[in-house]
Design a protein around this ligand. Structure first.
Ligand SMILES: Cc1cc2nc3c(=O)[nH]c(=O)nc-3n(C[C@H](O)[C@H](O)[C@H](O)COP(=O)(O)O)c2cc1C
Length: 359
């Protein structure tokens, strides 16, 4: 049995399950495992190349695209965070689009361009991405954490949305809308646009709920971190199964609004403040009007980036452990193929059981 949805049809994939974007970390092995298991693998907006060294994001993305396409014949995608704070964002779009265009195998297989954390228009307005869109079957999705942001994605001509609720791990939004309400809102207003539900998904029952609410698939971050195939450190993975859903908090800092595992690092950061305050702070940073000197800002960015990489490499005390509330429903570390098979089987069971209510 398989689940056939608008997402499996759009991408020609077996299962409507994607791996979520998890920059700034390298997620190429995970992307390959998800794609090979019949899902939609994701190359994150990373600052890490294949050997784990910290590098320029443009260099990293191109190398990671090459690595993934060499190791699978399936379909996968990439993420670009289009935030105002992303350094060289247009250059990244230009070079990535040209790089895919220049490789026939990438043109066939890299069909999922996911933007997030910024404008939904930035990618489709770029002439190099427009050329790529004309010549290939690539589809552009953008992350929508609130209804008004979903409206903007639709207006920008996105092919689909990743509807991400506040339960989700890592990069979050000030909008603070839970996935259950958000999916219903977006489905009511935009019933026809393809949707991937994201944030808090880790089981077949959750997937069945997402499909019932109008999504054509789910994306998962935390569930795939806790897999044998992900590149995250064993200590990071071992945080997941014993943790409870309430063991995370949403904090601020130069990493943005992020959901973190509650540890020494997370508690040392400011808790999430108002949207207006955060927007003003970001604008001031972009305009170089901050009270904080450029040097101090660079130092803060360096420290937070260091904390993120420290966790990825196993420091669970001082590291920034990006993770979602779904840790409360993840009971063991499994292989990606087992995770996907189990979720599909359980989702089918849940959908059939629910169908028994219909008389
Ligand atoms: C370690 C980590 C890094 C993340 N980095 C990004 C990112 O670079 N871009 C992005 O759009 N979302 C990012 N996110 C958010 C995920 O794409 C996704 O919304 C989240 O993992 C969904 O919740 P879940 O963990 O419950 O599956 C990150 C999440 C995690 C856990």
């Amino acid at each position: 049995m398989t689940l056939k949805t608008d997402i499996t049809e759009m991408f020609g994939i077996k299962h409507p399950i994607a791996s979520a974007a998890m920059g700034p970390f390298r997620t190429t092995e995970l992307a390959i495992a998800v794609t090979e298991a019949g899902g939609l693998g994701m190359i994150s907006h990373a600052h890490q190349s294949m050997d784990g060294r910290e590098v320029d994001a443009i260099v990293a993305l191109k190398k990671n695209l090459d690595y993934v396409v060499e190791h699978t014949d399936g379909i996968f995608g990439f993420n670009i965070r289009t935030s105002r704070l992303t350094v060289d964002c247009d250059k990244l779009i230009e070079e990535t689009s040209k790089h895919i265009m220049g490789n026939p195998k990438l043109r066939e297989q890299c069909l999922y361009a996911l933007t997030s954390a910024g404008s939904a228009k930035r990618l489709p307005l770029h002439k190099d991405f427009q050329k790529l869109r004309e010549k290939t079957q690539i589809k552009h999705f953008h992350v929508a954490p609130a209804l008004w942001l979903a409206d903007k994605c639709v207006a920008a001509g996105c092919d689909g949305l990743v509807v991400t609720g506040f339960e989700g791990g890592g990069h979050q939004s000030y909008e603070k809308v839970g996935g259950l309400v958000l999916l219903q809102q977006v489905q009511q207003k935009h019933p026809d646009i393809p949707k991937i539900a994201c944030g808090g998904f880790a089981t077949g029952a959750g997937m069945a709920a997402a499909l019932a609410l109008g999504a054509g698939g789910i994306a998962m971050g935390s569930r795939f971190i806790a897999s044998h195939d992900s590149e995250f450190h064993e200590n990071y993975k071992n945080v997941v199964p014993p943790s409870k859903a309430q063991d995370t908090l949403v904090s601020t800092g130069s990493l943005g609004t992020i959901r973190l595992w509650r540890n020494k690092y997370a508690l040392s950061k400011g808790l999430v403040r108002s949207k207006e305050e955060k927007m003003a702070e970001e604008k001031a940073l972009v305009d170089h009007r901050t009270a904080i000197s450029k040097e101090d800002l660079a130092e803060e960015l360096r420290k937070d980036a260091y904390a993120a990489f420290a966790a990825y490499q196993g420091d669970m005390e001082n590291g920034a452990v990006l993770i979602g509330q779904s840790i409360g429903i993840i009971n063991q570390i499994d292989s990606v193929s087992d995770i996907i098979e189990t979720i599909i089987k359980d989702a089918e069971k849940a959908l059939k059981n629910a169908n028994n209510f219909v008389q």
